[in-house]
Design a protein around this ligand. Structure first.
Ligand SMILES: [Zn+2]
Length: 646
């Protein structure tokens, strides 16, 4: 890809990682929201013994950079080895396209058992990173969007006790330091004034348990990567969380490698965390290029596009080479990150900026506003509105935006509306706020205000798929199917992996009586996210109506596995088994139908058929019982049934 051409130094001599020896088991631990200065031997005001012990055993990169200050895109870079321009995921809640090869797939093909435990909804299966994993545990506690490191570690340890001869690739993601900061005891008391650090310290304790268990369980060689996905503003440059700016607080992350061919010590070479991908492939013997085992230097790139894509502010790009860091967001800023890690002094007017850096930020491909998911080429120039503000100049809105989006996500629309109006009073062309306002009004049944806001959104971004999707959902909410359907059809045709549009279209197809399409859409949705038992039942019913016996059986069986005794479709399942000539299963299923079932006579009729086909000794008695208890429907069926006429 294009960005690969930005490399500053020539490749070093290739070296063999493990020769022809057994493939090492590999553990990748990603630490969410962890600042580089909040963990390890150089952190002040906090003790993180587990991380520091690993750092002492391996190689610590003191200038490692995330590719995006947001969870999903940053992890996507580690799993693909690509910058966002290459993998297409610029913000959370997008979907990694199925045609991008991912790390777990490569490792599984090479004979690895691939296992992941993630701790936040942001990385749920539906966003595309589960591909290639034999096990992908994204189960959060009931009603929650995250789980604590302790629980994730407990579950991982339970899994590690299973024996396997295959080498293991294990990815564990911890989310604790993410806002809100609520560390467990004793860390809560110990870090009373700095609860963020308390979360990091609590996570470090779990990291210690995890590393110990991994190393005990894995026999033979092993590699370990510990890396942050991005940092946290904590007020630096007036950013309290992350995602809006590109300063060190959120971009500079911890990175430690312990494993085959890794020299002990520290490295001050700036590196991108996307090379975690290449390093793990190197350990697995699947190619050495870009491995952090080598000393290849590169111009390290990063971006923060959410303010651009969502709010229409200036796109933000960053490049680091040596100690010089350039940020371009409407204008160029330059910092010496070694002498001035707080980036207090912009050197743009004072120093000669390296040409490699200037070229890198100038040529960085910015996504298009119309289709942020689409692949972008370096030649297509982004459409940036003339009066687009620089994100750093909008910092007064960061907290209210964060608060509004939190309320919106929790569906507290009435409370979100005044905040959204406040944002729009200061930033009238903010697409995200306009769309959120429209959707909030729509959900509350404020038809007139909703349509007015949707019109505003369409004026800001006439070709936006987000606008089309949310407007379609609005029409669907008001049962205006004839308006909703064409909009949704267009969105799904243009972006076939867009979950909210797929879900809405599946419901509409069902209402239109286009059952085959409804079934196909539901199947696609349930690959992207886990269906509930009720949804599996509905899929089974639709597939049955559509004559897809095998699919209907599969869906009902899965629902039954989840529901146990509460499963209410034993009659349907029995009928399906009978149709598929799976007679012993048909018998068991029909025997489970309760006496109180409104169609119990049908169960008796079907059971008698099965009895005849199985040549059961009591078949005559079963036919007699079916006759005796027959209702209007089964009476006719029994009279016409040839099986009963011998
Ligand atoms: Zn994150």
């Amino acid at each position: 890809m294009l960005i690969g051409a930005c490399r500053a130094a020539p490749k070093t001599e290739p070296r063999a990682a493990g020769g022809t020896k057994a493939r090492p088991s590999i553990m990748l631990v990603t630490l969410d929201t962890t600042r580089a200065d909040a963990i390890g031997p150089e952190a002040t005001g906090i003790d993180t013994p587990a991380f520091s012990e690993l750092a002492a055993r391996g190689r610590r990169f003191r200038q490692a950079y995330a590719t995006v200050p947001e969870t999903l895109p940053s992890h996507t870079s580690m799993m693909t080895g690509l910058y966002p321009a290459g993998h297409g995921v610029h913000e959370n809640a997008r979907y990694l396209s199925g045609d991008r090869p991912v790390l777990a797939e490569r490792l599984r093909q090479a004979g690895y058992r691939t296992v992941a435990f993630v701790s936040a909804f942001t990385l749920a299966r539906r966003f595309g990173l589960a591909r290639g994993f034999d096990v992908y545990d994204d189960e959060m506690p009931e009603g929650q969007v995250e789980r604590a490191a302790q629980e994730t570690t407990d579950r991982t340890l339970a899994h590690l006790r299973q024996d396997s001869r295959q080498p293991l690739f294990l990815w564990v993601h911890y989310y604790d330091p993410h806002y809100p900061y609520t560390p467990p005891e004793p860390f809560r008391s110990r870090y009373l004034k700095k609860p963020y650090l308390g979360e990091v310290a609590a996570m470090d304790q779990q990291l210690g348990r995890l590393v110990q268990a991994f190393e005990q369980q894995v026999k033979g060689p092993a590699g370990i990567v510990i890396v942050g996905d991005h940092g946290e503003g904590l007020g630096d440059h007036r950013e309290s969380q992350h995602g809006s700016l590109l300063y060190q607080a959120t971009m500079h992350v911890p990175l430690v490698l312990v494993g085959p061919g890794i020299a002990k010590g520290v490295s001050d070479t700036p590196v991108s965390t996307r090379r975690v991908f290449h390093t793990i492939l190197d350990w697995a013997g699947l190619g050495e290029s870009n491995s952090l085992r080598g000393s290849e230097q590169e111009v390290v790139l990063a971006e923060a596009m959410r303010p651009f894509v969502a709010f229409g502010w200036q796109p933000q790009v960053m490049a680091v080479l040596g100690r010089q860091k350039a940020i371009f967001a409407g204008k160029l800023e330059v910092y010496d990150v070694v002498a001035d890690p707080m980036e207090a002094r912009d050197l743009a007017a004072e120093v000669e900026v390296s040409r490699a850096l200037k070229t890198a930020v100038r040529d960085y491909p910015v996504p298009s506003l119309e289709a942020p998911l689409a692949n972008v080429s370096a030649r297509s120039r982004p459409v940036v509105r003339k009066d687009a503000p620089r994100p750093v100049d909008m910092s007064r809105l960061f907290d209210v935006i964060e608060k509004a989006s939190g309320l919106f996500a929790r569906e507290e629309y009435a409370r979100a509306i005044p905040l959204l109006e406040r944002i729009l009073a200061e930033d009238p062309k903010n697409l995200d706020a306009t769309l959120s306002l429209a959707t909030a009004h729509s959900a509350l049944g404020h038809e007139k205000q909703a349509l007015e806001a949707f019109r505003g959104a369409a004026d800001i971004a006439p070709d936006s798929q987000d606008v089309r999707t949310y407007l379609a959902l609005h029409y669907a909410r008001g049962k205006q199917w004839e308006r909703a359907v064409p909009l949704l059809e267009r969105v799904v045709a243009e972006t076939p992996d867009r979950l909210p549009a797929l879900e809405a279209l599946a419901v509409l197809r069902e209402r239109q009586g286009r059952t085959s399409e409804a079934v196909a859409l539901r199947q696609k949705i349930y690959v992207m996210r886990k269906p509930s038992a009720e949804e599996l039942v509905r899929l089974g019913q639709l597939a049955m109506d559509d004559g897809q016996t095998a699919l209907a059986i599969e869906a009902f069986e899965k629902a039954r596995a989840l529901q146990g005794r509460a499963f209410g479709q034993d009659l349907e399942l029995g009928v399906l088994y009978l149709a598929a000539r799976r007679l012993p299963e048909a018998k068991d299923s029909l025997d489970r139908v309760a006496l109180s079932h409104p169609e119990y006579p049908m169960a008796l009729f079907k059971r008698a058929q099965v009895s005849v086909l199985l040549h059961e000794p009591d078949r005559a008695a079963r036919i007699a019982l079916a006759r005796e208890r027959a209702d209007a429907t089964t009476r006719k069926l029994i009279a016409a049934e040839r099986l009963f006429q011998e």
